[in-house]
Design a protein around this ligand. Structure first.
Ligand SMILES: [Fe+2]
Ligand SMILES: [Fe+2]
Length: 228
């Protein structure tokens, strides 16, 4: 639910930093990345509208998201810290890809939701390194990068889980033993989200370049091939 707010924040910050890129090739790639995030934001906004039509209320949650991204990050912490947060966030979207594509966790989902997340995850793989490359061009401070991954992780954990609770408390039948088992499997059991997330965060502490997610690239290409 917070993705439209986050993705439009991301587009504003990246557009602001784009003129500092010298390489025409990198500029071109970043423009493609902006285009992908705009269409993600618009599509997830449509998803939010469907939820609203179904009677779910989450306006306060969306206001909090806007406040954190536009007021706290963008205005108070500034464009460099915002870009570092975006680079950290984008590094962690590999978790989404891993769950949605590599582990095929969406195989029993409603087809339209499976398509939405499969497509989003595949495009995340495609542009995954670009926010990090832009950050390195603008400001390659190691500590800025580390603060960025910490803030990026806090956004993912904070907004994803508070969003889940906002919806779950409006759908009381959802709070059941089965949901708790699913949540356990997602976090600590079969899908190992906590372990994989920590592994990804620690890989970002390396002073070297961020390794590409080759395994995910293979699954992302499969999504693009089946769509064409
Ligand atoms: Fe996205
Ligand atoms: Fe992205």
């Amino acid at each position: 639910m917070y993705l439209p707010a986050f993705e439009s924040f991301m587009v504003r910050v990246i557009q602001q930093k784009l003129p500092s890129v010298q390489s025409e090739h990198l500029k071109q790639q970043i423009r493609g990345f902006i285009g992908q995030e705009i269409s993600h934001g618009q599509t997830h906004h449509k998803y939010n509208q469907v939820l609203e039509r179904q009677g779910y209320k989450f306006k306060t949650y969306l206001k909090c998201a806007d406040f954190v991204f536009a007021e706290l990050l963008e205005k108070k912490l500034g464009a460099n810290m915002s870009l570092a947060t975006i680079a950290g966030f984008e590094h962690l979207t590999a978790m989404l890809t891993d769950i949605a594509l590599n582990q095929n966790a969406l195989k029993d989902s409603t087809p339209i939701m499976k398509d939405l997340w499969g497509w989003h995850a595949a495009e995340e793989v495609e542009h995954q390194h670009l926010a990090f490359e832009l950050l390195q061009t603008v400001n390659n401070s190691y500590w800025l990068r580390i603060l960025g991954i910490i803030l990026g992780a806090m956004i993912i954990v904070g907004f994803t889980f508070s969003g889940m609770f906002v919806l779950a408390f409006q759908e009381r039948g959802f709070i059941s033993r089965l949901t708790l088992v699913d949540l356990y499997n997602l976090l600590l059991g079969k899908h190992q989200l906590v372990f994989n997330g920590l592994k990804l965060i620690f890989s970002y502490f390396s002073k070297h370049d961020i390794p590409p997610h080759n395994k995910s690239r293979y699954f992302a290409e499969k999504v693009f091939t089946s769509a064409s």
